[in-house]
Ligand binder design. Sequence first.
Ligand SMILES: *Cc1c(COP(=O)(O)O)cnc(C)c1O
Length: 947
Amino acid sequence: MNTESFASRHIGPRGENIKEMLNDVGVESLGQLIYETIPDDIKLTEKLNLPSPLTEFEFSNHIQSLALKNKVFKSYIGLGYHQAILPAVIQRNVFENPGWYTAYTPYQAEIAQGRLEALLNFQTMVSDLTGMELANASLLDESTAAAEAMTLLFAVRSREQKKNKVVKFFVGENVLPQTLALLETRAEPLDVELVVGSYDKFDFDESYFGALVQYSGKYGEVYDFEEFTKKAKDNQIKVAVAADLLSLVLLEAPGKWGVDVVVGTTQRFGIPLGYGGPHAAYFATKEEYKRNIPGRIIGVTKDMDDNTSLRMALQTREQHIKRDKATSNICTAQVLLAVMAGMYAVYHGPKGLKYIASQIHKKTVSLAEGIEKLGFFQVNDLYFDTILVKADAEKIKALAERKGINFFYPDAESISISLNETTSIDDVNEILSLFEEISEKEIEAIKELKDGIIDHSQLKRESEFLTHDVFNSYHSETELMRYIKRLERKDLALNHSMISLGSCTMKLNAASEMLPLSNPQWGNIHPFVPKNQALGYQEILKNLEDYLTEITGFSATSLQPNSGAQGEYAGLMVIRAYHKSRNESHRDICLVPSSAHGTNPASAVMAGMKVVVVKATDQGNIDIDDLTAKAEKHSDNLAALMVTYPSTHGVFESDIRKITALIHEHGGQVYMDGANMNAQVGLTSPGRIGADVCHLNLHKTFAIPHGGGGPGVGPICVAKQLAPFLPNNPLIETGGTEAISSISAAPFGSAFVCLISYAYIRMLGEEGLRESTEYAILNANYIQARLKGHYKTLYSGEKGRAAHEMIIDCRDFKDFGIEVKDIAKRLIDYGFHSPTVSFPVAGTMMIEPTESESKAELDRFCDAMISIKQEIEQCDKNEPSNVLKNAPHTIAMLTAETWEFDYSRQTAAFPLPFVAENKFWPATRRVDEAYGDRNLTCTCAPMEAYL
Ligand SMILES: *Cc1c(COP(=O)(O)O)cnc(C)c1O
């Protein structure tokens, strides 16, 4: 074995262990297991054509040489992206720390109190600065947030006024171009009519349901929308504002005007530009819309001992419950980036933020005055950080680029200049020198900054913000370092033990894959720089697209969608455009199996399709009879089938090729949800099974860490007939020849983290990727074998094999009074994160170990599960208190004066010998979900509330 190969680090099982595992599974070889697992007619006949693997050392040299192909200019482009300073203490202790970046969405609140608190800080920061009652825990990007605002207002208004449908949405002409593009994408299938215009000429006509305006407009002008909001409200028009969050430190909060939604990005709160993302967008609104808010909301509740604790609130409004009635398809969001942005506010506090914002503002005013002195016309009356100068753009551009400077040039006579946190007085003078050169005049260099102009305007911020203790306590590095550590210790991430969340693929996120993200040559590239400044990125993104195209057996790839669910939406919009191009726009039926992930029906509805549910058989497969009947019934209008493969039940359905052929016969396209691609790579492919388009979750199969619930990347890979329709971007050329408009704000989505998947593929190569799939399947089947006789596996393939995950049935335990949730909580006492609970079947657990776990870890997990099974059998359904119902057990319970339970403290906290070596103490007892929903609090409550 080549011990230097990355595959030997990435894949868990080794040597002798593998033989034992195969033996327990009951096969002679890995080959035999794969033979028995994957149907013959879908196996790949040729090896994937990918470059040969690099060692970790070779890769680090390779990526460095590519990094040097990027030219890091000073970018004053603005348009929603500004270079910022990531405080080193946050970079090292959060961004580069697996304790933070390898965690999953906080499904198990008791072992996620750290990131829940960090997200509550984020929500508090957003709601304070925007002046709104409620904020969510991040969205994918500013433009997506704006589109979500439009759909929320549309849904709310349609509900309020059932009759004469009001469909027009006003968009201020100063809205960012990428936001307008997204609104166009989203509006079309909903039959919403966008009208773009100047806000001060808007006639408040009753045919509008809502409006979106930008506060600092795209070229920097700040308008007062108070009157506008008032008039809109008088005419039942709801108002959304896209606002620059940092500017709100100085400018009055839009909440003051009574607007309905405020959205924007928190990128400039310390997050690297990363060529477009990932960054955390924010979404803030009124309490009355709480059931319609997209994404996750963190809320305060109490635990079994009445202590304050946190969890995700109002789960019932999410797509996984509401499915085709959902108002949004957001699942993965931008948790890690939200945590970082929140920490930035914690570190700087209100005074620090005021200082940063005032400095930027004063430098901008000084620059404007200098430029005016040189005789140029500066257009903006009131501005925060951006000025618009009338001058010969071509001349300025040539001079600027020679000096390594980017501005934005709206037209031949205009230059838009946005300053940021990194801009120094020297930088301001450097910019002035360019204007001196073309004006052939000189002025004295700026030594002292001018006063700001916002302070003398009626938009000066009067309201207080970030008054809570958390924003006023950790301003030294020692204090913040310890605060971050204190939170981190409350969370169970992959650096503690395996997280076997089915469908989520919690594999290794290797350090060598992550390291390049710390390099400013990758971090400091603005998404709208000319492509020739981002040649390193262009090479990686192009190659990554090609690799993914090869792996899926398709013809082209778009990296733009920034989550799996956005991929679903993108794929369906591409299918929609395809049908339209063939004059078949009437095709709008989307068949979705009953077992599908909740985002599938939600995405279909967003894409303007009607969902028709297809039944599953008792074995968990698609019911072919039902599918045939529905395909025939809707033959004339069939748009697509959405199918997950292997199925969400963890089975390679052997009829899959029949299924895809049937859909094609009826004129539909096949969308494959690629969340389970970890069971396919190198062995079969979406192309091979006859699908037409799929998304991949790079944050599942291709090693991007989950970051506690984001970032993600959800590229779509498509067959030849769909390639022309891949999405574009209004500023940077990308996408197909007949491209649909944008799916996400940045031209290449979350390009920054694509480096991780690129690294993963380059270091594994064809063989390593294929082996990863094989070992993922072995590990799952090994767990199935070990749990046999203790737990019932719900479904398996024809030869009794699991795919890369399996479902165990826990419904029978109600005879002992035990629910699946009790098992999830009891696993915490053993030091494990629960598998996925009640998806896709209520009352079950879905276990996915991934290839990265060793036999030793799998054994510990199985020992824990088996031990829990024995505990269940001791339970009596008439006895409300037992070791499962009281789980998880905290150290406070264990060390309390009294111990009132009829099992020992030892049993409670150290049920198996291995537990003591690596004990994880939950920060809270079991949380009360319902209490928090009844008493919704989604910001850091005043301190009295905690007493
Ligand atoms: C994770 C998942 C999705 C959604 O992907 P996100 O990246 O969270 O948006 C869709 N379908 C299935 C089966 C999944 O497991």
